[in-house]
Design a protein around this ligand. Structure first.
Ligand code: NDP
Ligand code: MG
Length: 395
């Protein structure tokens, strides 16, 4: 089928995940104006094949090279013309090339940095869900986008909210922004009572349905810490002008306060398809499949301060941002390793902040002038954190 010239060609990276699935849902609602031209996943070949059958992209990429033959044979057996690719280099080349004009960056973790950077450098419209790439290398990603003219539209719900509220103002008119946090499944609990919580309890988020890593990050409040760093890069604001407010109903996603004392907030049901529709349709508003907000049936909107004694990850992220240089990269890498170990039952919930704090102390912030320096800091933090986990401490 020949695509219309003005048809948006969308690469969905992390297509098999929670954000990827939501993105494909929104794209499929607009067959006249957009299509998924590239689908990419990490290692789940069968899930990727099923998506290819449903969405008929031009290219499918599996990052794990071991999956290449199965992907290629499965596509052929299904009678599809979709080309099979494997590995991160192939992914980055497709992202940078003519196969897409829009990239949904929804790979989880620092593994998404290469493709995020490739899209930013190539001047694509970048729908950025992969917050870890901004935490790890925010200056480089933003500088690449500025140099190429790439439009970054944030997908994280809070950042999409700020983006929407800032549509009609200049940066110097903003006094501060406030990101809301649901508080996660353990809101209101004290630190001691968190020692025995299980991975199943931690991923059971009260409001959002998300992948396992970000669900644990929400339970520790590290997610909000990563989001403050993300907001700093996206909107060019210092930490002192980025607030965090716990809002258990997750209906107000962020607030923007202006120099004249006015505050705009963005509200909506907790469904990521709204933010994805904002990114896919921008500057137009398009149907997302998400219903409107009925405040009468929702009842109450509550707000409270975050508890950084019970949830020290928010404080640790603030300290890493303040230290700058390689510190956010260390924070992010230690957190990824610790969360993975927690999900595997190898460490307890309180081990996550303990390991992150140890890594930040052991690897003091150094200048982060280059991508290599950041990747080295990332690797050093992963080595250190894995060693600590293997040596059995902290339990
Ligand atoms: P999921 O765990 O649901 O999905 C992760 C996706 O990344 C899968 O498609 C997975 O492929 C792919 N992937 C994992 N590792 C690699 C790798 N090494 N190389 C290539 N692809 C890989 O995560 P989410 O969708 O929840 O989150 C994705 C990103 O979006 C995260 O950065 C998260 O912080 C952010 N985000 C998510 C929100 C949400 O509501 N879910 C909200 C705001 C931000 P496979 O299936 O093959 O393993
Ligand atoms: Mg968020």
């Amino acid at each position: 089928m020949q695509a219309a010239a003005d048809m948006r060609q969308v690469a969905v990276l992390g297509a098999t995940g929670s954000i990827g699935t939501s993105a494909l849902d929104v794209i499929a609602r607009h067959p006249q104006r957009m299509r998924a031209s590239v689908l990419a996943a990490g290692s789940q070949v069968d899930a990727l094949l099923a998506l290819c059958i449903a969405h008929r992209p031009d290219h499918a990429v599996i990052s794990d090279p071991a999956g290449h033959a199965r992907l290629r044979d499965g596509l052929a057996a299904a009678g599809l013309h979709t080309e099979a690719h494997a590995g991160n280099e192939a992914l980055e080349a497709l992202v940078a090339g003519p196969a897409c004009d829009t990239v949904v960056a929804a790979i989880v973790g620092a593994a998404g940095l290469g493709s995020t950077l490739a899209a930013a450098r190539a001047g694509k419209r970048l729908l950025l869900a992969n917050k870890e790439s901004l935490v790890l290398a925010g200056e480089l990603v933003m500088a690449a986008a500025r140099a190429s003219g790439a439009d970054i539209v944030p997908i994280d719900s809070e950042h999409s909210a700020v983006f929407q509220c800032m549509r009609s103002c200049r940066a110097e008119e903003v006094r501060r922004i406030v990101l809301t946090a649901s508080g996660g499944p353990f809101r209101g609990r004290d630190r001691a009572s968190l020692a025995e919580v299980t991975p199943a309890q931690a991923v059971a988020h009260p409001k959002w349905s998300m992948g396992p890593k970000i669900s644990v990050d929400s339970a520790t409040l590290m997610n909000k810490g990563l989001e403050v760093i993300e907001a700093h890069h996206l909107f060019g604001l210092p930490a002192s002008r980025i607030g965090v407010l716990v809002h258990p109903q997750s209906l107000v996603h962020a607030l923007v306060e202006y120099v004249d004392g006015s505050t705009l907030a963005q509200l909506g049901l907790p469904d990521m398809r709204t933010a994805l529709a904002v990114g896919l349709g921008w500057p137009e508003r398009i149907e997302s499949g998400v219903g409107g907000l009925d405040l009468l049936t929702q009842g109450r909107l509550e707000f409270e301060a975050p508890d950084t004694d019970a949830f020290p990850c928010l404080r640790l992220a603030g300290e890493a941002m303040e230290a700058g240089g390689t510190a956010p990269a260390v924070l992010n890498a230690a957190n990824e390793e610790a969360v993975s170990a927690f999900l595997q039952g190898r460490i307890g919930f309180l081990g996550i902040p303990a390991l992150v704090e140890e890594a930040l102390a052991a690897l003091p912030a150094a200048p982060a002038g280059s991508l290599d320096a950041l990747l080295e800091a990332d690797a050093a933090a992963r080595r250190l954190t894995r060693q600590r986990i293997e040596s059995g401490a902290p339990a």
